[in-house]
Design a protein around this ligand. Structure first.
Ligand SMILES: CC(C)(COP(=O)(O)OP(=O)(O)OC[C@H]1O[C@@H](n2cnc3c(N)ncnc32)[C@H](O)[C@@H]1OP(=O)(O)O)[C@@H](O)C(=O)NCCC(=O)NCCS
Length: 175
């Protein structure tokens, strides 16, 4: 089994594999990821989305990454909500891994690599994340990377037909 994992900035050519993964996994992801319009599951729709993510990257509000196993795109890791002001310096992590590549440690390693970007490239002080209370695999990924849970945001995200609570996670990155 291959355990190599890397991350890099997303590119327009990632649209096709991302659309294919998300179309294949739509049922499995329904409890965990927000509902999306039909064009989210097409390469053309993903290209438009990637354009928006890269515009956010140029504006400094998001670092949109893909997760690779060897040279294959198997998921995304996104540092969003970046607040670079000297008194805040924080960002929030989100991620998904295609079902075919899950439970091989890829998300755990991808989050570790994204934390390195947050520290060394973005010079952030604080990392945040939010999981559902039931999303034990995602919680394992965060714990393994040193995150601690610090609270519950009630009725904070609309998923699979209901407003759900979010378990809030934090990690202090450095000075
Ligand atoms: C959450 C997700 C990113 C994890 O990706 P992954 O590459 O499989 O993660 P890893 O292999 O690095 O780690 C998974 C961990 O969950 C554990 N796990 C798997 N299934 C589990 C279950 N049913 N109950 C408890 N733990 C479970 C694994 O043992 C592993 O923990 P360990 O390393 O301590 O043994 C992936 O499942 C996913 O994309 N899910 C759908 C979208 C999603 O939930 N995104 C995150 C929203 S916050």
């Amino acid at each position: 089994m291959d355990h190599s994992t890397s991350i890099r900035l997303i590119e327009p050519t990632d649209a096709a594999p991302i659309a294919a993964h998300r179309a294949r996994d739509v049922e499995a992801f329904r409890p965990w990821e927000p509902a999306q319009p039909a064009d989210f599951f097409t390469p053309r729709g993903q290209e438009k989305r990637i354009d928006r993510l890269l515009a956010g990257y140029r504006a400094g509000t998001v670092w949109p990454g893909v997760v690779l196993a060897d040279d294959q795109v198997i998921g995304q890791v996104t540092i969003g909500g970046i607040l670079p002001q000297p008194h805040l310096r924080r960002g929030s992590l989100g991620y998904w891994i295609a079902r075919t590549a899950q439970n091989q440690g890829h998300a755990g390693r991808a989050v570790g690599l994204a934390l390195r970007v947050m520290r060394e490239e973005l010079r952030l002080h604080r990392a945040e994340a939010s999981t559902q209370l039931e999303n034990l695999p995602s919680q394992r990924v965060l714990r393994r990377n040193g995150f601690s849970p610090y609270g519950v945001a009630h009725s904070s995200i609309f998923l699979d037909g209901n407003w759900r609570d979010g378990l809030l996670w934090e990690l202090i990155l450095g000075d």
